[in-house]
Design a binder for this molecule. Structure first.
Ligand SMILES: Nc1nc2c(c(=O)[nH]1)N[C@H]1C(S)=C(S)[C@@H](COP(=O)(O)O)O[C@H]1N2
Ligand SMILES: [Mo]
Length: 225
């Protein structure tokens, strides 16, 4: 073996080592981000988001204090059978459970949230949206509103949640009942829900009129309009 050959071999060795170190660092970073280094897990975090394990609170500076016994929801507008439920009425409906990830537009995501409540699909089966119903606006006890399409509300993972991780929602997170729209930035998930209004025309909600995107898909980063 010539000196040149040896040199080339050792250079190659150094290059590979550097490559391995870099890849290992990516894997470590991936593990920090996702809690799991494999590719599938890394794809779970939408672009521009960072994973948190706590659950941050975001509101307008008002956290309405609504006793379970005082809470009422109205589901009305362009529907054949409008309804009004107390908390007991909600609890006497078929109960639904789902697990989903939260993606907040302020760039935090939280995985594997276990929700319990009543599914949007069950609600739709009771109220029967009218033919012209295409949009929904959520109205909350703090004056907050947000809009979604009927099609998105109809998705099988959407629910009115009363519990998270096996316990009732706390006041700060929207007790007694909030909406959960798992596929969209979390501002679409109205806390302290008071009314679900079905409409033929779209109406921009609280953040939507203040520069947030009308749709809010985290995977295409529909953050601001
Ligand atoms: N009624 C109501 N719902 C709301 C809000 C609000 O201010 N009022 N904030 C929205 C925003 S911007 C986010 S990110 C989530 C925050 O929910 P959390 O505080 O449970 O994390 O609630 C959404 N739903
Ligand atoms: Mo948000």
């Amino acid at each position: 073996m010539s000196d040149d050959g040896d040199k080339q071999v050792s250079n190659e060795g150094a290059l590979k080592e550097k490559l391995v170190r870099t890849k290992q660092q990516w894997a470590e970073d991936g593990r920090l981000i996702t809690g799991n280094p494999d590719e599938e897990q890394r794809d779970r975090l939408p672009p521009g988001q960072r994973l948190v394990t706590n659950w941050p609170v975001l509101d307008l500076g008002i956290q309405p204090n609504i006793e379970q016994t005082d809470w009422k929801i109205e589901i009305s507008g362009s529907v054949e059978n409008p309804l009004s439920w107390s908390f007991d009425d909600l609890m006497s409906q078929p109960q639904f459970e789902s697990v989903s990830d939260i993606h907040c537009v302020t760039a935090w995501s939280r995985y594997d949230n276990h929700w319990q409540g009543v599914s949007a699909q069950h609600i739709l089966s009771l109220v029967h949206p009218a033919k012209d119903a295409k949009h929904i606006i959520f109205h909350s006890y703090d004056g907050y509103t947000t809009n979604v399409t009927l099609e998105r509300f109809s998705h099988e993972d959407v629910l009115l949640a009363h519990s998270w991780e096996g316990s009732r929602l706390t006041r700060e997170h929207g007790a007694p009942v909030r909406v959960i729209m798992p596929r969209w930035y979390f501002w679409k998930s109205a806390k302290w829900i008071k009314k679900i209004e079905f409409c033929s025309d779209d109406q921009a909600g609280f953040w939507e009129v203040r520069g947030y995107h009308n749709e809010g898909n985290p995977w295409t980063e529909e953050r601001y309009s």
